[in-house]
Design a protein around this ligand. Sequence first.
Ligand code: ADP
Length: 519
Amino acid sequence: MRLVLPPGVSETVFQKALQALAGVVGKQWVLATDEDRETFMDFYAAGDADLHVPSAAVGPQSLEEVQAIVRIANEYKVPLWPISRGKNLGYGAAAPCMSGTVVLDLARMNRILDVNERFGYCLLEPGVGFFDLFHYLQANKIKLWMSIPANAWGSVVGNALERGYGYTPYGENTRNICGLEVVLPNGELVRTGNGAMSNSVSWQLFKYGYGPSWDQLFCQSNFGIVTKMGMWLMPEPEATLGLNIQLPNPDDVGWAIDELAPLRMRGVIEQSPSIGNSLRFVASATQRSQWYQGDGALPDDVLLEILKKNNLGWWTVNLRLYGYDEVNEVHARIIREAFRKHVKQEIETVKWHRGDSIENSGAGVPATNALQIINWRGGRGGHIGFSPVLPAASEHVLKQFHSTKKRYEEIGVDYYGSFTLFERYTTNVNMMVYDRDDQEMTSKVRALFKVLIADAAREGYSEYRTHISYMDDVALTFDFNHHSLLRLNEAVKEALDPNGILAPGKQGVWPRARRPARA
Ligand code: ADP
């Protein structure tokens, strides 16, 4: 694999920078062999991993080392791409947006600094994985629950910064952030919110601080390197009640959203249920060739046959109520009545009480088996996610569902989507699963992605998060007043990062000197 240097940096200067980095973290934590570089590439990429090749990676162990690395990056004008654990699968994994960027891997900074059961919060370093925090809470019998995404391989901090989500009432991970410690690209160290008061006793309690409030400005941004994050955790409830519902027909997702959205907004349902097409269960347990050998997307009748054999509806919804038994029962009755208007079959009910095994509780329990879906097509699998945000209303959901499914069929990819219902909107994650070595398929997927962005933008749907290959495309759909938001972002970027060393191109925000690199 050839060495890709940061644009505008000579090999001599780059080697000097690597030496200086080794002086800070030790030689063994500057990773610059071909094998190292490959490790930090997007190993799920749809045939375009070579657009995002890191020049090296560096792994600090402390805040002081991060600060020293930032000083070196500014001196040699070598850009850095911070990652927490780098498992951002489907969105670029550990790879940088701009080739030649050095990955700043924070995985070694993995201390759980504080967990407070009384007030329900933790303070974490970026390398703390979902499994680490879960085991810590379990081992210490701390009655706080986590919110965990479908793939729990990554870090709590990285996921919250990217606005990932889980399925408990604390599911919007970014909303749980309360106070950050950040190294700015110019080397300055700040604490946000009440952490700005050195002796504050409420850094993890009060989100806003005094004056402008910054936590969200460090989410999906390239304005700073987060070295500590405060995060609220959910107190363990007395009881939970799960309702597992099968929806027989493709269009049922429309009425289901209309029935559930008002209940979600009123707090009858406090978590964010995901209505996903049931093929996901089949795809994580079996391979496509076991069911169908033909070309093109799975025909509707074959899919129905597969679902029937597996006792599944077209969509599956697993709802969960959290709190007190009596309250859950009342809420469950209201939800059952809403569904009974449309479907006749029994709704499966799962009950949990404090003291029962956590496995069936509806608590966030980390797992990685959701990743199995990449084996669906055979070969070395991968997936990419197209994730627009829509109003929680059937007219939008059905329009988007049919238009996306049709686009999938045009290129022969099986439809694989879910609608996760928040208070007022739904996040529609569409996965495209492919064999990474099938060039014909991956090039179709890349073309499809651009079409989906354009289709959605025409309807007024934006993406909540995107893959590194499409960060500019999505940024450009935010076009009000000739893209004035992008100009605001660029102005802040320039003020905080005059040398343009932090994550160039992230979310379409480029430092001035590198702006021509915009696609
Ligand atoms: P995870 O740890 O969940 O696998 P990643 O480490 O892949 O998540 O992070 C996802 C993205 O979030 C990164 O590509 C980067 O843009 C951003 N990010 C992650 N950690 C940090 C951090 N500590 N500071 C700033 N940005 C970060």
